[in-house]
Design a protein around this ligand. Structure first.
Ligand SMILES: [Zn+2]
Length: 419
């Protein structure tokens, strides 16, 4: 009898293991976050097969499929960083951003890629399951990395942009060697107007996000609204998930409006203008403490950034979280990914509600790249990229700073607690 029982138990145990190997399981949270409505859904369990969510069923539904027990946790879609520079760092030793640009551009591709992989891995442990890389990544190093890690559950999903398109010497200082500047940006000088030719490498590399520069802040130059209009008319551009403009200065705001682009990065010196209403704005504000740590804090500019971020949100603009955080330190324990999470404090100080911050980190960036059925949401058909936290982030957004566990590309990294 005992042997029979034991055999039965072993059989049942093997069945559970087999199911896990087939990567089909349920996750049963206390509640899951509906990022479209911005509210919790209770009494459900999420069925995951391979890399996708296949259904959302009643928690009480009887099943032989293993259940990952997260009954005391809140489950959210994996977070999205909409503006990262994985291949770029600026340290305290760099006397300016332009100096950092020059130093980084001279680094070997292997060094930059190995470092980017470390950054990206750390992003995942902090709950970011999607990262949009916005350039300063040499000649399509971000595209190569995207393709290399595509199915690897140890890395977030990466969207790549290739070199940003501008003119002059891009964001390099006026004295920089043109060859070096041309490694980091595609520079449209000498009256080039053949946009088919200019965009060809971007289309061939299946770039996800095309990034252009309306200003080269802190350097001079920038594309015109006519350039942007011609880009929008170039065959094939519909293949980009989005076309976005780096625009800081007030004059760039006018170019943005004239061009009919629908995405912008920074917008730091903009005003809340009704004509901007339906534009997705990636707010790149970094929290006060981190800016002070890297000697970049200036109260008046910081206050302006806080105000404009909140006003654009009130203006009806969709706000995306993307801190543009590339400061780096070799000090033990320094983590870029952790610092990026700390920039939530910028949104708090700007007066965003927790619900607005969650939208900026999930649904809005997904919508901006037309991937709102795949990422930033918990729904059947979406990628099984999920995070669990212990406390309700709608009540306390800081709960996102401590991620309990992650499910990425369908792989369960949560304590099994299988029932
Ligand atoms: Zn940036």
């Amino acid at each position: 009898m005992l042997i029979k029982l034991l055999k039965g138990f072993i059989f049942f145990f093997c069945l559970q293991l087999a199911s896990l190997a087939a990567a089909e399981y349920y996750v049963k949270p206390h509640a899951y976050f509906d990022s479209v409505k911005g509210s919790w859904v209770y009494g459900k369990k999420i069925r995951i097969k391979n890399q996708k969510i296949v259904s959302i069923d009643d928690a009480g539904l009887k099943t032989v499929i293993p259940v990952v027990d997260l009954r005391s946790s809140y489950l959210l879609p994996g977070l999205i960083d909409a503006h990262a520079h994985l291949f770029f760092t600026q340290t305290k030793k760099d006397s300016s951003f332009e100096n950092a640009l020059e130093r980084e551009a001279r680094l070997g591709s292997d060094v930059r890629t190995a470092r980017a992989k470390d950054f990206l891995k750390a992003y995942l442990t902090e709950g970011f399951t999607s990262v949009f890389d916005l350039g300063n990544s040499g000649q399509f190093l971000d595209v190569k990395l995207r393709d290399e890690i595509h199915d690897d559950p140890d890395y977030p999903l990466l969207l790549a942009s290739g070199p940003g398109i501008s003119n002059g010497k891009g964001q390099f200082a006026s004295g920089a060697a043109p060859g070096v500047a041309g490694q980091e940006y595609t520079l449209i000088n000498d009256g080039q107007t053949d946009w088919n030719n200019i965009l060809k490498p971007y289309l061939n590399h299946h770039v996800d996000i095309l990034k252009i520069y309306f200003d080269n802040d802190p350097s001079s130059g920038g594309l015109s609204s006519d350039d942007a209009k011609r880009i929008l008319q170039t065959p094939g551009v519909k293949n980009f998930k989005k076309i976005t403009a780096h625009a800081i200065a007030k004059s760039s705001m006018e170019k943005l409006i004239e061009s009919s682009l629908t995405n912008v990065e920074h917008a730091s010196m903009f005003t809340a203008d009704k004509r901007l209403k339906n534009i997705f704005v990636t707010v790149t504000g970094i929290d006060r403490a981190s800016l002070k740590e890297f000697d970049y804090f200036k109260e008046p500019f910081y206050q302006y950034e806080l105000q404009i971020a909140k006003q654009l949100s009130k203006n009806g603009n969709k706000i995306l979280f993307g801190p543009d955080f590339y400061f780096h330190s070799d000090a033990p324990g320094f983590s870029r990914a952790k610092k990026i999470k700390q920039t939530i404090d910028f949104f708090k100080e700007a007066g965003f509600s927790n619900k607005e911050i969650l939208s900026a980190m999930t649904y809005n960036p997904a919508l901006s790249v037309k991937m709102n059925k795949l990422i930033g949401v918990i729904r059947p058909g979406a990628f099984a990229n999920l995070i669990a936290v212990k406390k309700d982030p709608l009540l306390d957004i800081d709960s996102l700073k401590t991620i309990e566990c992650i499910i990425n590309k369908g792989r369960n990294f949560c304590p099994t607690g299988i029932r």
